[in-house]
Write a protein that binds this ligand. Structure first.
Ligand code: FES
Length: 169
């Protein structure tokens, strides 16, 4: 393994332990795989293990250490409802329940068509806009039921959500 790792890392590899080299290479590979598939398919991890000469148990233990990597398919849109204190006080539960009902999935689940994954998240730092949710990289704040209907509608129609606040004004 070290031969391949050293080829990739160059001089930096000389000061790293074998485990550190493997970890660095694996994380980079996981990021690329996840970018392509939205999660880490088992067959890709097996291929990685074989190509790099790193045992499957090391591959898995590294991947499971980081919360950012996923082992089941995820949706094209990742919807995260903030359930931090400010959002909770201002109705995050209603937002979450409505999305669950509309897409017939629970928290942590993905729709069967792989269009959407629903998650909750702690405070995302814009409490002044509570209740807040994110749809991929877009933040949707001050969610009332009207805005929530628009969010759900845009997700279902696979429309751009970034213009949502402009639409409402
Ligand atoms: S509690 Fe939701 S953004 Fe802070």
């Amino acid at each position: 393994m070290s031969l391949k790792a050293d080829n990739v890392l160059g001089p930096v590899g000389e000061v790293l332990t074998e485990a550190e080299k493997n970890r660095g290479i694996l994380i980079h590979a996981f990021q690329q795989i996840q970018e392509e598939h939205n999660y880490l398919p088992g067959e890709e991890l097996a291929k990685l293990s074989k190509d790099l000469g790193i045992s499957m148990s090391d591959v898995y233990s590294t991947a499971t250490f980081y919360k950012q990597f996923y082992f089941t398919p995820r949706g094209k849109k990742i919807v995260r409802v903030c359930t931090g204190t400010a959002c909770h006080v201002r109705g995050a539960d209603k937002v979450l329940d409505k999305i669950k009902d509309e897409f017939e999935i629970d928290e942590g689940e993905t729709t069967p068509d792989l269009e959407m994954t629903l998650e909750t998240v702690g405070c995302i730092g814009c409490c002044g806009l509570a209740p807040v949710a994110t749809v991929n990289e877009n933040i949707v704040g001050e969610i009332d039921m009207k805005k929530l209907d628009s969010v759900v509608d845009k997700i279902k129609k696979d429309e751009d959500i970034s213009s949502l606040d402009d639409d409402d004004e």
